[in-house]
Design a protein around this ligand. Structure first.
Ligand code: ATP
Ligand code: MG
Length: 553
């Protein structure tokens, strides 16, 4: 149960009215993905809306695979979708449903429409049908097959179903109105021939119902009260209602449309996401740079932060493009409170504390959260040789630089105050080792003589630390709306993944995959669920400590 605080929107207001007026006594929604790709953050909006409403009104929400296009659908997608919905914290009513469960009933309703003189088999070619459809300004023309008798149509549809016509040679169309101002009502195709193996029904069918015909009937068969979908289906509502009004079915769900989520610097269409995968631009649907739920999970996003984002963006009929920083703020807000702290060095330089005894190791206590004692503490080994970040040292610097500078002091996080004495360089002038001294009286307290030490830097003990790979992620595209580009590949960000080799404190060797930590002063990270192992630790950057998106703008 996700159990977030309910937030009102225009759909909930409609539902409140329906319950108050007695139109409905309970609420039943559904989430109807097509299993032709992984779920993305846009789907999360729809999931949080549909399942969230069912929870808040003590109603039910079905998971229904809208599987009428066997050519593009796969069982792998069916499985990943179920996993992602569960991960988001929701439970569907009963078993997952499939539109294909209803193929027998859908076929029977198609026959009913033919019997009523409301559907006919058209043998026109696709080009001819397009010609006859007309335009937004001009009415369409009736097909020469429009007035075929009921008996002939029944026979033709039976022949279609028996596999007597090739793909594209025959289609069943609803007989509505070729001059309707709504193109969807100009005798839409409701059944077509496809000699395709279906992941649920195998080779039983060679005719498949179209989305518009299937969706409304599936909703009605499941007793859905409110059928929530995105705005591009606004006109299709006429067809939704026409089908239900003209077949013998009692239930008539209400379709309500809301605006899609568009997120900047990424693409959301499954076709485009699939291209990124197929062309090897990312490592898979669950690449942490993808806007998919699987990608976000692998990156360390939490279900509650994704739900919180969906609540914050709200549900309206307004088209909009949401900034990536809004999504990141949700995860950052949560992790700032909830993520344990640890130390890692992603661009290491060696530091030797010359007055610290060689071979000695101290186990220092480090709090897991600076403001939350209940999160406990852990032991961090300290020794004569440590690693610090290369950028945390300068031979000389002005007062603004509050890190380690030659001849100056800095505090090592959770440890002592050290002073940089000298450096050693390689032939190219790169610093290879920084030599320091430490003040043994400064563990957990300020220097006794009252001198001030401002900066604090993080570190790991060289011999005890575990080598680790760090994957730093940036936006996948360089432009806010890549989908609008002719060649969206050309706007891919070449630096969307930067890999660093460094070290983590020893406790991190046991880090659980997908569970984010704050590596102090660096950012939030989690162990990668696919590539990280005891022999080769891999950490994904979940999000940075601060919103650098807006800084750059
Ligand atoms: P895509 O264009 O990514 O293929 P789709 O709408 O074809 O998306 P479906 O699997 O049919 O994908 O979507 C399942 C449900 O999720 C639908 O009710 C759809 O309206 C909703 N949905 C899909 N994308 C978004 C989005 N960006 N914002 C909100 N809801 C979405
Ligand atoms: Mg769809």
């Amino acid at each position: 149960m996700a159990a977030d605080a309910p937030r009102s929107n225009f759909i909930r207001q409609i539902i409140d009215k329906d319950l108050a007026s007695g139109k409905h006594s309970s609420v039943h929604t559904r989430f109807p993905p097509e299993p032709n790709g992984f779920l993305h953050i846009g789907h999360a909006k729809s999931i949080v809306l549909n399942f969230g409403i069912a929870e808040d009104y003590q109603g039910q929400c079905n998971l229904r695979f809208d599987d009428t296009n066997p050519l593009k659908e796969k069982v792998d997608y069916v499985n990943s979708i179920q996993e992602d919905v569960k991960w988001l914290g929701y439970t569907w009513e009963g078993q997952p449903r499939y539109s294909s469960n209803y193929f027998d009933q859908l076929h029977a309703y198609a026959v009913e429409l033919i019997e009523k003189g409301l559907a006919y088999v058209d043998f026109s070619s696709q080009d001819e049908m397009r010609e006859m459809r007309g335009t937004l300004k001009e009415p369409g023309k009736n097909s020469p097959y429009r007035d075929t008798s009921v008996e002939e149509n029944l026979q033709h549809f039976a022949d279609m179903t028996a596999g007597k016509y090739e793909e594209g040679k025959a289609a069943l169309r609803a007989k509505i109105d070729m001059s309707s101002p709504f193109m969807v009502l100009r005798d839409p195709v409701i059944y077509r021939v496809r000699f395709a193996h279906h992941h649920q029904t195998g080779d039983k069918w060679c005719v498949y119902p179209m989305y518009d015909f299937t969706h409304c009937i599936s909703d009605a068969l499941e007793g859905i009260t409110h059928s929530l979908c995105t705005l591009e289906f606004q006109d299709n509502r006429r067809l939704y209602d026409w089908v239900l009004d003209n077949i013998s079915i009692d239930c008539h769900p209400q379709q309500i449309e809301f605006s899609r989520l568009n997120l900047q610097y990424t693409v959301m269409s499954k076709r485009k996401l699939n291209l990124l995968v197929e062309e090897g631009k990312v490592s898979g649907w669950d690449d942490p740079r993808m806007p998919t739920i699987a990608g976000m999970r692998r990156r360390g996003y939490t279900p509650s932060s994704v739900r919180e984002f969906c609540h914050r963006i709200g549900v309206t009929k307004m088209d909009n493009q949401v900034e990536m920083s809004m999504l990141e703020a949700c995860i950052r807000d949560e992790l700032n409170h909830g993520a344990p702290r640890a130390m890692a060095v992603i661009d290491p330089v060696r530091l030797v504390i010359e007055n610290y005894p060689a071979g000695e190791v101290e186990q220092l206590q480090a709090p897991n959260h600076p403001n939350d004692e209940s999160m406990g503490s852990r032991e961090v080994p300290f020794a004569r040789e440590i690693f610090i970040e290369r950028e945390d040292f300068r031979e000389s610097a002005n007062k603004k630089y509050k890190r380690l500078v030659l001849d100056k002091e800095v505090r090592l996080r959770n440890a002592y105050v050290i002073k940089a004495e000298r450096v050693e360089k390689d032939a190219d002038g790169n610093i290879t080792t920084i030599f320091c001294s430490y003040d043994p009286e400064t563990l957990g307290k300020d220097p006794a003589d009252g001198r001030k030490v401002k900066g604090v830097i993080h570190w790991v003990a060289a011999e005890h630390a575990k080598p680790a790979e760090f994957r730093l992620y940036d936006r996948l595209f360089q432009v806010p709306n890549p989908a609008a580009e002719e060649d969206f590949f050309s706007t891919l960000n070449p630096d969307s993944l930067v890999v660093k080799q460094g070290y983590v404190e020893p406790s991190m060797a046991a880090a659980e995959a997908e569970k984010p930590f704050q590596f102090e002063r660096i950012g939030y990270f989690c162990a990668d669920s696919k590539d990280s192992s005891a022999e080769h630790l891999v950490f994904n950057q979940t999000v940075g400590l601060r919103d650098t998106w807006n800084d750059e703008a």
